[in-house]
Design a protein around this ligand. Sequence first.
Ligand code: ADP
Length: 485
Amino acid sequence: MTLTKDQQLPGDLPLDPRVDASVARDSFTVVNPATEEGIAEVVDTQSDDWLDALTRAVDAQDEYSPFTPRQRADILRAIYEEIMARQEDFARTMTMEMGKPLVEARGETANTADYFRWFGEEAVRIPGRYAQSPAGAGDIVVTRTPVGPVLAITPWNFPLAMGARKIAPAIAAGCPVLVKPAAETPLSMLLLGQVIWDVLERFSAPRDLLHILPTTQAGELSETLMADPRLRKITFTGSTAVGKILMRQSAENLQRASMELGGNAPFVVAEDADLELALSCAMQAKMRNGGEVCVAANRFLVHEAIAGEFTERLTEKMNKVVMGNGLEEGTTLGPMITAAQRDRIHALVTETVEAGATVHRGGEVPEQTGYFYPPTVLSGIPAGARILREEIFGPVATVSTFSTLDEAIEKANDTEFGLAAYAFSENAHTCQRFAKELAAGMVGINRGMITDIAAPFGGIKQSGFGREGGIEGIEEYLDIRYIGS
Ligand code: ADP
């Protein structure tokens, strides 16, 4: 295979990021999901590497502690600038390993950079408190200290941004981080590592503040590191099933935990909604990142009087989606991450259709190279169908109906998850009800995309706990200390 310049990975990708690489290791192959071709061989780190990284991280925390808040802020700001300077390298790498369209990969790169800028701005505002004891017993001073070495485990759907939300606040707070990227998509994170290590060196800050540990043995890695009491925090984005394993493992050493887990977002469209707005937001909430998003609209709930028109117009918009290799400008839907994910989505669709749902478009696996699945619209979903209970994680929209607001809210909340919810209405009272009564950590009112560096991202119920971003995000990396004097 001859790669054109646009299809080459950056020359400085650290495919073996270990500090001590004296012992040779096996490697694993990263596959481009649009072409099914191997694009890189990455070192498969093992337990000695993980423990070596932790030992180095512990020392790095001490070395880093004299850095003032302003110096930390300057480091994070420099990382922001370096990421932006290499936006095209990041975007191409991400598209090649993950499949998303280049335009979205550029967006994720900018968003990643922004997390570093934001948490640099927060590094100088870590809060504290002073009070007098009401009984006159003395002074109460409340400060924050870094929680300590952090293990960050990230998924493949946003190979950079999910890590950035963890690394940036950790460095701002004074914590070293060990990152385990998803084995499907380690390359963007490795490039980020290179950028961060270069900046740390420039500021004479310890390189060991950040370790990246690509491996095919995720379970062994989390068991090994979490069994070590020097590790003080686990932060995870991924499935609820794995989140629960990590919570059990964290019990042994009482490590602090942040869990950003699965979602099953309802997207409610009231009878008086601005339909054009709701439709364009529906496309955003469903199709961004090919639907491979934990806050993706999973269940469209549309008032019965407008459901027919909504479904028809949504199908028209889906007809305009351009499916293809994300490296080609103009592509708006890339492949799914793996054949297994594509087949899982297809099985979910097939099962729903066999149970009586109507297919408005899509629903078939195309005969072409790459793990593609077409935009699919289904209506008439049987009550209790698995597709209404589980995260679809693909470009499949299901439209169900309701007749009253009470019914809409009840159906929307009929899920074990509680990450995001979206609702559309032009009536202030209806919007207020949605804002108060939809059971989710994040509620979008007349908006299809609510993720923001300055807002606390996170869920309730089986979607986990802990928040990323906003002024809340840094608290996850800080312990509270009370000094009585
Ligand atoms: P997905 O279905 O999106 O791959 P997972 O929860 O399986 O979701 O994966 C998210 C991240 O968790 C990936 O980095 C994966 O390697 C990692 N992972 C999977 N199983 C475990 C485990 N037992 N312990 C720690 N990490 C795990």
